[in-house]
Design a protein around this ligand. Structure first.
Ligand SMILES: CC(C)(COP(=O)(O)OP(=O)(O)OC[C@H]1O[C@@H](n2cnc3c(N)ncnc32)[C@H](O)[C@@H]1OP(=O)(O)O)[C@@H](O)C(=O)NCCC(=O)NCCS
Length: 140
């Protein structure tokens, strides 16, 4: 495995992260620069990336609301998948959320994302059958 270091995301990384996400099937679309900036400012120690030769090849966003942790946008560039980077990024963000005293961590996976479901189950994440996610769009 190449020696790549996990780094904290900075606001200057946002445009390149958006490019990675838009080219990675399995992630939701609709991220905007301003809301990401806000997220990174609120969660300065739990938004992580991996660069190879200056190019972003993996990301994960951890959010802490004071009680629970939430993990979003774990992505590994297709050329770097199945080399253990996804697991490493996940372990790192979990450790950092634990340091903030998150009591439990949740994440969301699209129903048809079989690869991600297999990946999380391989890491011993428990698929919940007792919860449905409800969402509403607000007037921003
Ligand atoms: C899901 C994702 C992050 C996994 O990253 P990765 O770097 O390829 O995963 P790893 O190499 O760390 O794999 C860890 C384990 O999961 C397994 N795994 C990874 N992807 C898998 C897949 N598609 N199907 C089955 N098992 C898989 C690996 O075989 C490995 O198993 P092991 O413990 O026996 O070695 C990556 O495939 C990805 O970016 N997918 C697109 C974006 C996405 O869907 N993200 C999740 C959003 S919720």
């Amino acid at each position: 495995m190449d020696e790549l270091n996990i780094e904290l995301v900075s606001e200057a990384d946002i445009p390149a992260m958006l490019v990675l996400w838009r080219n990675t099937p399995g992630l939701g679309v609709g991220d905007e620069e301003a809301s990401l900036q806000n997220f990174i400012r609120r969660n300065p120690t739990t938004c992580l990336l991996l660069k190879s030769g200056g190019v972003i090849v993996s990301t994960v966003l951890g959010g802490f609301d004071g009680r629970r942790g939430y993990i979003y946008h774990l992505a590994v560039h297709p050329d770097y998948q199945r080399r253990g980077w996804g697991r490493k990024m996940l372990q790192e963000v979990i450790m950092r959320l634990e340091e903030l005293k998150a009591e439990k961590i949740h994440l969301f996976v699209f129903e048809d994302n079989q690869g991600a479901k297999a990946f999380y189950e391989r890491q011993a994440w428990i698929r919940r059958h007792d919860i449905q996610v409800y969402s509403i769009n607000t007037n921003k």
